[in-house]
Design a binder for this molecule. Sequence first.
Ligand SMILES: [Fe+2]
Ligand SMILES: [Fe+2]
Length: 271
Amino acid sequence: MPGFIQITDAHIVSPGALAYSRSDTAEALRRAVETINAKLPHWGGIDCAIVTGDLTDHGTPEEYAHFLSIMDELALPWLAIPGNHDQRDPMRKALAGASWLPDAGPLHWVRDFGPFSVIGLDTLLEGAHHGMLCDAGMAFLDTTLSAIGDQPAIVATHHPYIHTGIPAMDADNLRNGAGVIARLEAHPGPVRMVSGHVHRAVAGQLGRVTCQISPATCHAVLTDHRAGLDPHLVLEPGAVTLHRWVEQPGAGLVSDVIPTGIFPGPWPFED
Ligand SMILES: [Fe+2]
Ligand SMILES: [Fe+2]
């Protein structure tokens, strides 16, 4: 069954450094890569990973080189969209030659998985932490949705539109995401929006659109619903999300959050 692994918010910094003086993001991404490589033989049909932004913490060429050196070990090809911590030109230069990478402008793309398509939308507004989808991105979404007919559509973005109830993160969501939701609502097939940015596993529903946020490979953002506070990081376990099409009644695109690392087990359910 076709599917992909969502990797998000790696926040890679310079070799040997910690992000925010606390978070070993390189080790966290290495752990994610090792976890995926070890589990892939158990997951049928997964033929790529999709990185939903914040590949690096500052968007420098050195950080992209560090990111690539770790991702080189991943036993899957991958596609990516930028997040608010990325910078488009250094990212494009670092990924030059990737078949899915547009030659210029925002990094929008589409990938057909057979039973569904994933539409990657670049929501980076350079210099800001919140997201905005440019006019060209809205037009790309219109054209792509029209081209895929009634095929299920998965939109992948860094910034979610759905509000999580964490005020510090909701302030920096995809501010014009209502336009994305409206377009997905009008699509004749099943629709979903998968995002990152919040560093937590959060899901909700906006009309017909399932909105899902994947946890980061590295640190989490603290769930704190009080207004007026800055976001805080917390060193919860990292994770990736396995999205896989299950072709049977009562199924469809099924998503499984996979904590990264090595854990005791598995054992059979026997005394
Ligand atoms: Fe992030
Ligand atoms: Fe972000």
